[in-house]
Design a protein around this ligand. Structure first.
Ligand SMILES: [Zn+2]
Length: 375
């Protein structure tokens, strides 16, 4: 639809694309960039209906969202589409494939209690471990070709402008005004907010490079050949004229981990918080935090400590913080309901990137959204 609108210069059709996109990302998309909140018929339902443990959120749906957003960004030159393209790619699409590349999720829940994902229930479609294959096997090859074609999401060239959309270490050969400009991008995103671009050309360069300033970049700075420049944003891009035969561009920003709330109309997330670092959504897993993750409460004032752990999930940044958990051992197991007051115990918590969940122990609890305490 977006391609047809662009090819035929159909403004009405493009406006319809914008309406669909806006409705989707503002009212019907999970924090992980997944869509399709109903397992039944794999569909959208109504605004703000985003249940975490019985959703569909197919891997392929997030790939489609990324494809749609990529086209809209290229047609409109509005970089903010990439905020959600990146959200889908870094979270749901990567979660869709195991770290060894041998098993896959079709459905991507944000909360799992494996014992309740049973046949002949409303959570039959939710699998708590990645599967080797599927009867309808759209997701595994779709993830494979998306990862293999990631280059098309990183950058594109149009009208003498090189647009940089995603900060992935790469080598780019851009044709601008009949000249070949070689670009080497070294990026520490998504773990740190530092991107270095070295542009070289045989002749004097002309044209522009447009760098996307993502929504999660706090206090962004850009330097060219060592001198800071003012960042002037137009639809999420900063435009920098290309000059000389070589240019060093360094884009730096703070992307410390932070707590995120949902719109209060999202019933499933009211009174809960999630953790993001840059575009990466984090989750709690049972292997780090014990079971019954629903009984954990966290204050959004608690400090989040980031630590790179070489031995965790092939080397990743984990986030540790303090919370409280409902005590169970003072509860009479024969009593399902009681007027007793809740008693909490302190607990040290560890969150890991959502895209890596289920890569250690199998069939364990996981949650993205954590109950919030206001004490
Ligand atoms: Zn699929």
């Amino acid at each position: 639809m977006a391609d047809v609108a662009a090819e035929t210069d159909d403004k009405e059709l493009l406006d319809a694309c914008k309406t669909l996109w806006d409705d989707m990302v503002h009212k019907r998309m999970y924090i992980t960039g997944s869509i399709g909140s109903s397992g039944w018929l794999e569909r959208f339902t109504t605004d703000y209906d985003l249940p975490n443990d019985c959703n569909y959120s197919e891997s392929c749906a997030s790939i489609a969202l990324a494809m749609f957003g990529k086209r809209m960004a290229e047609i409109t030159k509005d970089a903010t589409y990439y905020d959600d393209v990146e959200r889908a790619l870094y979270n749901t699409v990567l979660a869709g494939i195991a770290m060894d590349g041998k098993s896959f999720f079709y459905v991507n829940p944000l909360e799992v209690w494996p014992d309740v994902c049973k046949d002949h229930t409303s959570r039959l479609h939710v699998k708590s471990e990645r599967q080797k294959w599927f009867g309808v096997a759209c997701c595994p090859p779709n993830i494979a070709r998306t990862l293999a074609s990631l280059g098309q999401y990183i950058s594109f060239v149009e009208d003498k402008i090189l647009y940089i959309n995603m900060f992935v270490s790469s080598v780019i050969e851009a044709e601008i005004s009949g000249q070949t400009i070689n670009v080497k991008m070294d990026s520490e995103v998504p773990w740190n907010g530092k991107v270095k671009l070295v542009l070289t050309s045989a002749d004097e360069m002309s044209g522009n490079v447009a760098i996307r300033i993502p929504y999660y970049a706090i206090n962004p700075t850009i330097s060219i050949n060592g001198s800071n420049i003012a960042i002037a944003q137009k639809d999420g891009y900063t435009y920098i004229p290309l000059t000389g035969k070589t240019m060093d561009i360094v884009f730096s920003f703070d992307m410390s981990a932070r707590f995120i709330h949902s719109n209060p109309r999202v019933r499933a997330d009211a009174g809960k918080i999630a953790i993001m670092k840059g575009p990466i959504v984090y989750c709690l897993e049972q292997v780090d935090n014990g079971d019954n993750l629903a009984s954990i409460f966290v204050s959004n004032k608690t400090p989040l400590a980031e630590e790179f752990d070489q031995n965790l999930l092939s080397g990743t940044i984990k986030i540790t913080f303090k919370g409280i958990k409902l005590k169970e051992d003072n509860w009479n197991p024969k009593s399902l309901y009681d007027e007793k007051e809740s008693i909490f115990e302190d607990i040290n918590l560890t969150a890991v990137p959502y895209c890596y969940w289920g890569n250690r122990n199998k069939n364990e609890e996981m949650t993205v959204w954590i109950k919030e305490t206001f004490n």
